[in-house]
Design a protein around this ligand. Structure first.
Ligand code: NAD
Length: 496
């Protein structure tokens, strides 16, 4: 166990080992021996190093997963589920340490108890509910049925914004179905996934079932979908990278699902409960510094209440406290210099296009912000639906207000981007809620709530360029299986 040092800005955790990743149950350095620095985005200080994996590490991990596959596939499904439940228990027992680890690498303040154990328990409960169907047959001496079988060795690539939950969501469903897996976490936030994998081993999930290769996207990341013996892929990240992963999969005819970005609308009707809507909308765009795929980044509001909504949103935004991860603030920094430049660049684009900054619009200054990648929560009014700030995913705490005249215009504007991940509607009218739920092109529609559906086992995924496939729901386990039809004829009847 290596601890780099023990002050507030470096990792002090029993859950991570410096400089190694996980292949076949062994914690090893990169084949090429190189490492990547993981920094705290609040002050740019080094918190740990992880291996800079390449195609050689991916090959080693695929081999380890291949070795582990037959026994894991043949383990009875209830036992596989039991091991996943144990993994969830260990995650719960280590919740505080995991939260602290994720907070340091992502730079976010505390969110309190995480939903990861309950999400994993939902998936664990699906392990022995993977069922085929019986098929009618043309003659009574024949049986027909389907089996759902795992693919074999599968791969997953995840982003940095919620590394723990992403890791568990992808891995949990894939291994519940009997696959073994190679995961490539993001280079900016690989520590929580490594810690989660360590707990999986401690829970008794056999070596080689979960392998974690750290590294850059263009190196270890690109090698994973390009590997010919990866039988299925899951990718979560930007649409641009998703297209590259899909291209690589196409060359090997590897099936995949894509969980991509969003430009989610918050549609506010004139009868909405603004006391509920405004805090939820501001929390939704400032949580994780707006770096959430589902973040509601466009407020599409009835023109009659437009001015009141802008005033209230601005007042609420001004209550959001900003600072480093270990302080009791609402919002931390952005993840890295590139993301910082991107968000500030979009703010400039918005101003140049004629949108009005109501609050924020700057990087805060002062000692406590030091070298961190901070940006103030920003509210734009007078946004035209065609402006780039209203069309493109900013992935920062930037909210755009677009007034509309009626329901039809609200639908046109809400659906008027390339994305379709999540949409919220704020209204007291049941008819409006029903019509909007049908009309909105999004993988999840939430009425009178901001961040996705609080329903248990809710499938999550996108329409349009937000991707395809669904994670988190019961079907997510089925997604990691392939269907085999078996027709079985009584031997004695042959030749009759
Ligand atoms: P990204 O696409 O840059 O990176 C995601 C992952 O892909 C990282 O692990 C990265 O190393 C890897 N990668 C980069 N280039 C690669 C390549 N050529 N081949 C293979 N892998 C490569 O995304 P990001 O900046 O880390 O994350 C932000 C994006 O993720 C946003 O668009 C956000 O909306 C999206 N996201 C979507 C969901 C969802 O569930 N729909 C959840 C979280 C984030």
């Amino acid at each position: 166990m290596t601890i780099i040092s023990n002050d507030r800005t470096t990792i002090d955790s029993d859950l991570v080992v410096d400089g190694v990743h996980l292949i076949g149950g062994d914690w090893v350095s990169a084949a090429a021996g190189e490492t990547i620095d993981v920094i705290n985005p609040a002050n740019r200080q080094l918190i740990a190093r992880v291996p800079r994996g390449t195609a050689d590490d991916v090959e080693a991990a695929v081999q380890a997963a291949e070795q582990a596959f037959p026994a894991w596939r043949d383990l009875n499904a209830t036992e596989r589920g039991r091991l996943l439940f144990r993994w969830a228990d260990l995650i719960e027992q280590n919740a505080e340490a995991l939260d602290e680890l994720e907070r340091q690498e992502v730079g976010r303040p505390s969110w309190g108890p995480l939903g990861t154990p309950r999400q994993l328990r939902f998936i664990a409960g699906q392990a022995d509910k993977v069922q085929g169907v019986s098929l009618p047959t043309y003659s009574p001496d024949t049986l027909g049925f389907t089996l759902r079988e795992p693919y074999g060795v599968v791969g997953g690539i995840i982003p940095w914004n919620a590394p723990g939950p992403m890791f568990v969501t992808e891995v949990g469903a894939a291994i519940a179905a009997g696959n073994t897996m190679v995961m490539k976490p993001a280079e900016d936030a690989p520590l929580t996934p490594l810690a989660m994998a360590k707990l999986a081993l401690e829970a008794g999930i056999p070596p080689g079932v979960i392998n974690v290769v750290t590294g850059y996207g263009t190196e270890a990341g690109a090698a994973l979908p390009a590997h010919p013996r990866i039988r299925r892929m899951g990718f979560t990240g930007s649409p641009q990278t998703g297209a590259l992963v899909m291209e690589a999969c196409a060359r090997n005819l590897t099936p995949l699902h894509l969980e991509l970005g969003g430009k989610s609308p918050q549609v506010i009707f004139s009868d909405a409960d603004l006391d509920a809507a405004v805090p939820a909308i501001v929390a939704g765009i400032t949580l994780n510094t707006g770096q959430i795929c589902a973040a509601g980044s466009r407020v599409v509001v009835d023109r009659r209440i437009h001015a009141e909504v802008v005033d209230r949103l601005a007042a609420q935004m001004q209550t959001v406290t900003v600072g480093p991860w270990h302080e009791p603030v609402n919002m931390g920094p952005l993840i890295n210099a590139k993301q910082h430049a991107r968000v500030l660049g979009y703010i400039e684009l918005g101003k140049e296009a004629g949108a009005e900054v109501v609050t924020g619009g700057v990087a805060p200054t002062g000692d406590r912000f030091g070298d961190g990648f901070f940006v103030a929560p920003t509210l734009f009014d007078k946004v035209d639906p065609d402006m780039r700030i209203a069309q493109e995913e900013i992935f920062g705490p930037v909210l755009s207000v677009i007034p509309v005249d009626d329901e039809q215009e609200a639908i046109r504007v809400a659906n008027g981007t390339d994305y379709g991940l999540v949409a919220s509607v704020w209204t007291r009218d049941l008819g409006t809620a029903v019509r909007m739920s049908r009309a909105l092109q999004a993988g999840q529609v939430a009425v009178n709530t901001a961040l996705g559906a609080p329903a248990i086992g809710a499938p999550f995924g996108g329409y349009k360029n937000s991707g395809f496939g669904r994670t988190m729901g019961a079907d997510s386990v089925l997604d990691w299986t392939q269907v085999k039809t078996v027709s079985m004829r009584e031997a004695a009847s042959l030749g009759r």
